[in-house]
Ligand binder design. Structure first.
Ligand code: NAD
Ligand code: DAU
Length: 351
C-alpha cells in the first residue's frame, strides 16, 4: 500500500509553491497536502483555483512568524513532513526594507523547525524537513566558474543574507537535534503565476501596455533560468530520493544576460501581439542599477542530475513562449495582481 503522509507545504499560494502544491496533489492522491500561506502581497489563491475541492487538499491561512500557531498546525493535522517555501522573495524589496525578510525568512523558518522538532520528538527518522533555498546564498560570480554544493556562502543582499541564515539554521537543527533535513538551492525561476515585480513578468506586463522596460545598469548581469515546473519536478525528486542532510543545487545550465532576455521577450511579443518587428525594443530604458547588484549566478546541477536522475524538460525559448502565452491568456490574473498596492510599489521602485 502507498505510504500515507500529511505534508505541510508552506508558501503554496506563491509562484513556485503553487506549482509544487499542484504537482503533489495530482501525482500523489494518497498524500494529504496542507498548504500554509499568510497570503502576503505575493500569495494568491487564484494560483490554485483548479485544486479547490480536491479531497487531499487543505488550505491554512497562517503566518510562519507565529510560533504558537505553527505548533497548533503541526499537532492538529499530525504533520509528517514539511516542504518549506514561504519567504519574502524579492531582492529589491529587501533593499528597501530588510526587516520583513528577517522575520519571515529567518524567524519563520526557526519557528517551523521548532514545531517539527516538538511534534516529531523521539521519532525523527520517520519525518523530513525539506527547506527550499536559493543560489543567491553563494554570492556573485565573475565570468568563470559555477556554484557547487561545496561553494562557501557569501550572500550579498539582505534577501540572500536572510536565506543563508535560514539554511544555516536548518543544518544546525540537523546537526544538533538530529532532525532529518534536506536543502535545495535553485537558480532563477520563470513561468506562469510569477508576480510581476520580477524581471520576466514585469517586462511582459509592460510590453503589453507599451510601458518602459527598466533595465538596471547596463543589462549585463547574468542569471541562470529554469522553468518553474522543472523546479517543482526537482523538488519532488529531492523530497522522495534526496539523501538525509544533503544539499542539491538545481539549475538549467541556461545563462542569459538580462538585456538579451528582454530583447528576446520583445521579439516573441511583437509577433504574438501583431506588432511591427523591433517596435517593443524601443521601450527598453536603462535605469539606475540595483544597489550591490550581483553580477552573475550560474548553477552546477551535476549532482542532482547524476545522483537523482533529474533534468530540465524544456528549452528556454520554448519555456519563455509558454510563459508569454500564459500571461496573455490570463489577463484577469494580471489585472488583479497589478491593481492596488502594486501601483504604489511600482511608483516607489521606478520613479
Ligand atoms: P513568492 O514571493 O512568489 O511566494 C512566497 C509565498 O510565501 C507567498 O505565497 C506568500 O504569501 C508566502 N509568505 C510570505 N511570508 C509569509 C509568512 N510570514 N507566513 C506564511 N507565508 C508567507 O516566492 P517564490 O518565488 O515562489 O519563492 C518560493 C521559495 O523559493 C522562496 O523560499 C524563495 O527563496 C525560493 N526560491 C525562489 C526562486 C525564484 O526564482 N523565484 C529561486 C530559488 C529559490
Ligand atoms: O537566483 C534565484 C533568485 O532569483 C531567487 O532567490 C529570488 O527569489 C528571485 O527573485 C530571483 O532574484 P533576482 O534578483 O535574480 O530576480 P529579478 O527578477 O528581481 O531580477 C533578475 C535580473 O534582472 C537581476 O539581475 C536584476 C534585473 N532587473 C530586475 C528587475 C525587477 C532589471 O534589470 N530590471 C528590473 O526591473
Amino acid at each position: 500500500m502507498a505510504e500515507q503522509k500529511n505534508i505541510l507545504i508552506t508558501g503554496g499560494a506563491g509562484f513556485i509553491g503553487s506549482h509544487v502544491v499542484r504537482l503533489f496533489i495530482n501525482q500523489y492522491p494518497h498524500y494529504r497536502i496542507f498548504n500554509l500561506d499568510a497570503l502576503t502581497y505575493a500569495g494568491n489563491l487564484e494560483n490554485l483555483k483548479d485544486l479547490e475541492g480536491k479531497p487531499n487538499y487543505t488550505f491554512i491561512k497562517a503566518d510562519i512568524t507565529n510560533q504558537d500557531k505553527m505548533h497548533e498546525v503541526f499537532s492538529q493535522h499530525d504533520i509528517t513532513d514539511v516542504i518549506h517555501l514561504a519567504a519574502e522573495s524579492h531582492v529589491d524589496r529587501s533593499i528597501a526594507d530588510p526587516t520583513a525578510f528577517i522575520y519571515t525568512n529567518v524567524i519563520g523558518t526557526v519557528n517551523l523547525l521548532n514545531a517539527a522538532r516538538k511534534q516529531w520528538e523521539g521519532n525523527f527518522d520517520k519525518h523530513l524537513f525539506y527547506h527550499v533555498s536559493t543560489d543567491e546564498v553563494y554570492g556573485s560570480l565573475d565570468d568563470g566558474g559555477y556554484f557547487l554544493e561545496s561553494t562557501s556562502y557569501d550572500p550579498q543582499s539582505p534577501y540572500s543574507a536572510s536565506k543563508a541564515s535560514s539554511d544555516h539554521f536548518v543544518r544546525a537543527y540537523a546537526n544538533t537535534y538530529k532532525l532529518r533535513t534536506v536543502i535545495s538551492n535553485c537558480s532563477n525561476n520563470y513561468g506562469p503565476n510569477q508576480f510581476p515585480e520580477k524581471l520576466i513578468p514585469l517586462c511582459i506586463h509592460n510590453i503589453k501596455h507599451n510601458k518602459p522596460l527598466p533595465i538596471y545598469g547596463k543589462g549585463e548581469n547574468v542569471r541562470d533560468w529554469l522553468y518553474v515546473v522543472d523546479h517543482a519536478r526537482a523538488i519532488d525528486v529531492v523530497f522522495h530520493q534526496g539523501k538525509d542532510g544533503e544539499t542539491y543545487n538545481i539549475g538549467g545550465f541556461n545563462e542569459w544576460k538580462n538585456i538579451d532576455i528582454v530583447r528576446l521577450l520583445c521579439k516573441v511579443m511583437d509577433k504574438k501581439l501583431g506588432r511591427a518587428e523591433g517596435s517593443s525594443e524601443q521601450l527598453i530604458t536603462y535605469v539606475k542599477d540595483r544597489a550591490g547588484h550581483d553580477l552573475r549566478y550560474a548553477i552546477d546541477a551535476t549532482k542532482i542530475m547524476e545522483e537523482l536522475g533529474w533534468k530540465p524538460s524544456l528549452q528556454f525559448e520554448e519555456g519563455l513562449e509558454k510563459t508569454v502565452d500564459w500571461y496573455l491568456q490570463n489577463e484577469e490574473w494580471l489585472e488583479h495582481v497589478t491593481s492596488g498596492t502594486y501601483q504604489d510599489y511600482y511608483q516607489k521602485q521606478y520613479n
